[in-house]
Design a protein around this ligand. Structure first.
Ligand code: LLP
Length: 421
């Protein structure tokens, strides 16, 4: 139950018809039911009840301030990967002592910003980064809570672009090199070794790769202990998958009990970095049909949203269900839903059976709450859509639709080009 449901043939988000919101804010727009966001966060967090843990929402999946604020109020932390994400989380009121910072290319100024903000832990991804972290911390007189992000070399069995824990991936440090680097880190004056982290991939639909990774991490904790390096936090990353189509991912409870079976007695504080499992099915993209077109046996529904608003289908060929905002008994046809952008990759659905839509009809692109708006761009100079949060029968614009002026903000024509020759 995602709080998107039909009442009298009309798609509702909580207790408000999606078409009503469309009438007021225009199309396209993203819409998130508050109740679903909250429930998904709680279900995940409660899956680890009875064990010390922090649920650090992965900001990259949905970075809207209102969404971040909601989880902060639930006691959630944040997994960030840039100075910009840190800025957002602090603005939303996330407790810095619950912020973990991953990413392979942290710049000195970003490190400094995070140190000054007193975040919990840096998930360090290379030896050079470790040296830089120690150096910046020394310069400003701080000690950096540090975990080494290790690459455990397990196959997450997901799309290659979102698989991160294999030897061939650019992320983390080879788990076999970790003991040596931990020993070096433990001797650095401004590094406080706090944890071990790993993230093996996204949209995982089985628990076994997680368990394989945990077993390798447990071994590493022991090896480190034997050399006098004590670990307090184990950061297991994010990655739990969701249902887009016919996937059968483990329920967070199932994932939780598998993790507890492995680590329940370890005494470690666990950190999780869930993104998609919380926001993915708590958001949809609503778009309107502009034209329909029938060309050489192919039917196209051309809509007013495109790959700039939701990139997932074009870059991962990923599946998003499409649903009519108003149910009808129109005939079903096989068609493509495509956007207005000048690229063949600009599609939301290909060769799918759907209603025979007409211009003016509203279509809901489902499961768009994670990596939807947060990956959007202004390509083709398209102002980005607005984002709306619904609570019961009220809706709130949590990000305004961009204007044409927004598109050129910061652009400058140098004087010499202003002169007419
Ligand atoms: N932690 C780290 C270090 C990550 O790199 C990621 C995602 C997460 C946590 C959250 O993973 P999740 O729980 O959402 O699976 N744009 C792609 C997904 C890229 C994931 C990148 N890292 C997509 O649209 O499928």
């Amino acid at each position: 139950m995602h709080h998107f449901h039909y009442v009298n043939n009309e798609l509702y988000c909580e207790n408000i018809p999606v078409s009503k919101v469309a009438g007021e804010v225009g199309t396209p727009f993203y819409i998130y039911p508050h109740a679903t966001l909250l429930r998904h966060f709680r279900v995940f967090d409660q899956a680890f009840s009875g064990i010390k843990h922090i649920t650090c929402f992965s900001v990259k999946s949905n970075s809207n301030l209102a969404v971040l604020r909601l989880f902060a109020r639930e006691g959630g932390g944040a997994d960030i990967v840039s100075g910009g994400e840190l800025f957002r989380t602090l603005k939303a009121g996330v407790n810095p002592k619950k912020i973990v910072y991953s990413g392979i290319g942290k710049k000195a100024e970003e490190i400094e910003y995070a140190l000054k903000s007193d975040i919990l832990m840096f998930n360090v991804e290379s030896e050079q980064e470790l040296l830089k972290l120690n150096e910046v911390a020394e310069r400003i007189g701080k000690k950096a809570g540090t975990a080494i992000r290790v690459n455990p070399d397990v196959d997450p069995k997901t799309h290659p672009y979102i698989s991160t824990g294999l030897k061939e991936n650019k992320f983390g440090i080879d788990i076999n090199d970790a003991p040596r680097i931990y020993l070096a880190a433990s001797k650095m004056k401004h590094i406080q070794v706090a944890g071990i982290s790993c993230h093996i991939g996204s949209q995982l639909t089985e628990t076994s790769p997680f368990i394989d990774a945990i077993r390798k991490l447990k071994k590493l904790v022991q090896i480190l202990k034997d050399t006098g390096v004590n670990i307090q936090y184990l950061d297991l990353g994010g990655g739990l998958g969701i249902i887009y189509d016919r996937e059968e991912p483990p329920h967070p409870k199932e994932y939780g009990s598998a993790v507890k079976d492995e680590l329940g007695l370890s005494g470690l504080t666990l950190i999780f970095e869930p993104g998609r499992v919380i926001t993915g099915n708590a958001g949809i993209l609503v778009t309107k049909v502009v034209y329909t077109k029938f060309a050489s046996q192919k039917r196209f529904f051309i809509v007013d949203s495109g790959m700039n608003d939701l990139m997932r289908p074009s870059i991962y060929n990923s599946f998003h269900a499409v649903q009519p905002v108003t149910l009808s008994n129109r005939q079903k046809v096989k068609a493509d839903i495509v956007g207005p952008i000048c690229e063949s990759g600009d599609f939301f659905a290909k060769n799918r059976e759907m209603d025979s839509f007409e211009p003016g009809d509203l279509i809901a692109i489902m499961s768009a709450g994670a990596y939807g708006f947060s990956m959007s761009s202004n390509y083709n100079s398209r102002p980005r859509p607005c984002e709306v949060m619904v609570r019961d029968d009220q809706f709130y614009i949590i990000r305004e639709r961009e204007t044409y002026e927004d598109l050129v903000r910061g652009e400058v024509i140098p004087d010499f080009l202003m002169e007419n020759e």
